[in-house]
Design a protein around this ligand. Sequence first.
Ligand SMILES: [Zn+2]
Length: 321
Amino acid sequence: MLNLSRRDFVVSAGLAAALGLNTRLVVGPAYAQKTPDPPKGFVTYKVGSAEVTAIYDGIWEKPHDPAFISNASVDDVKAAMVKAGLPADFVSIPFTVVVVKTGGKTILCDSGTGGQVQPTAGKLMDNMKAAGIDPTKIDAILISHFHPDHIFGLMEKDTNKPVFGNVEIIVSDVEYKFWTDPAVIERLPEARRGLARRIQAVFPTWKNIRQVTGEPEVAPGIRFVNAPGHTPGHRAFHLSSGSSQLMISNDTAYVPALVVANPGWRGVYDQDGATAETSRRALLDRVIADKMMICGYHFPFPGAGTIAKDGSGYALTVMKA
Ligand SMILES: [Zn+2]
């Protein structure tokens, strides 16, 4: 069921339309998405003179799993979802890609799921075109880390052909070296080995990947920010324009209902939980101290908002879609 392709979905949706039915009733259990898609799949806002467009790729409604947060129970997780105004019966994990137009350049921040992670995601390209952004006019792609939901949009399904063959892809050297080291495969948990194998089969053959060290400026007004822990080379992106700043936090605070509210919660998705927590607190404290906006790849769409201290944790206020 999970191998249904996008084409199957299109056929089902087309049939549904022909029958005058709501597609959600027809597409079967794998597509029984409970969260409605946003009314519009993109939202544009300004950060100084930079134009930022949040583009919706889809959502993963993750079933509860006692191992998901090692130091919180499923009941704690459900209560945190409800407190954030979200359904309790699954963990809402939307995917939102950001495009920044700044200094005459169009910069894509991460690449979406490529329709290869969850059957309920893979809408990036359609929504990007709806936003008036031509995928062939992207000047550079910044990659936060090499998890599937952030890099599979770079590769065609089955063939691994590059989707953006002529665009410079800028990555952390730490992240690149970690995943392309042949010895890493045995050190990884079983569930991550296929990912490492795919990366090792593809990225070294591409000529358009540039590795950068530390926190350089990688596009006009955009710098990498070290935020390791989620993966060894995980990076946030800091955009500044005039007196305005946006912290594109990527997966530093992952699902904010859980780890912004409870920064000490340790998720299985963080490869090094203690380092991830240190990075998370440092980044959120910086966002508050410098009064900047923040957005996150898995924040509720459109994913941009502000952070404040809230007891022993933090509170996120997200702009309306
Ligand atoms: Zn992610």
